[in-house]
Design a protein around this ligand. Structure first.
Ligand code: E4P
Length: 213
């Protein structure tokens, strides 16, 4: 499973990039707004740190506007992936972009049938939001399992990005469900390292080592 970091914060991306475990980055308008910086320059800076797919989201709600934004965004770097909302106009724009060979990430996916539409439109990626489903007492991880089953049934090449990840169990569920990718906030990536027995074990090894003559 590929790991993306879900942030637009340059310091966070720099901090994690050295570990060699991050395959790409996803941003969204809320994450960009949090940085209080120009959208294009943030995205450009991200492309200089991570050599992998970088999702940049359009904010238009009509296909024509989305395509115009996409045209502009793809000029930034060949790794840019155009992120579009899973609405009729977004699917229309996705179909047009995929026919042109432009990579797309269809976002705000909350049902298997929405994911089917994204695959039909030739999306490179689809982003089911599992945390936001859990937030309203739905089974987020089940959505990943359903989408993977459907995509495997028909050999759709669209890759699933498990998104809106809130804790390590979401990452575990995504991996067990054969999600191609999980996009994870820095805090949760750090939690993946933790196990008390690792800390206790290391402390004991180092203590024992010191007793050697
Ligand atoms: C992914 O593409 C989204 O940007 C993100 O995962 C949404 O996460 P949230 O529900 O924590 O805002």
């Amino acid at each position: 499973m590929k790991l993306f970091i879900d942030t637009a914060n340059i310091d966070e991306i720099k901090e994690i990039s050295d570990l060699g475990i991050i395959d790409g980055v996803t941003t969204n308008p809320s994450l960009i707004a949090k940085e209080g910086r120009d959208f294009k320059s943030v995205v450009q800076e991200i492309t200089s740190i991570i050599d992998g797919p970088i999702s940049a989201e359009v904010i238009s709600t009509d296909a024509e506007g989305m395509l115009k934004e996409a045209e502009d965004l793809v000029q930034i770097h060949p790794n840019i992936v155009i992120k579009l909302p899973l609405i009729e106009q977004g699917i229309k724009a996705t179909s047009i972009l995929s026919k042109k060979g432009i990579k797309t990430n269809v976002t705000l996916c909350f049902s298997p049938m929405q994911a089917l539409l994204a695959a039909k439109a030739g999306a490179t990626y689809v982003s089911p939001f599992i945390g936001r489903l859990d937030d309203i007492s739905h089974d987020g991880p089940q959505l990943i399992r359903d989408i993977i089953e459907i995509y495997e049934n028909f050999d759709y090449p669209t890759e699933v990005i498990a998104a809106s990840i809130r804790h390590p169990i979401h990452v575990l569920e995504a991996a067990k469900a054969r999600s191609h990718i999980a996009t994870i906030p820095l805090k949760v990536i750090k939690q993946l390292f933790n196990h008390p027995l690792t800390d206790i074990g290391l402390e004991k090894f180092l203590k024992d080592w010191k007793t050697m003559k």
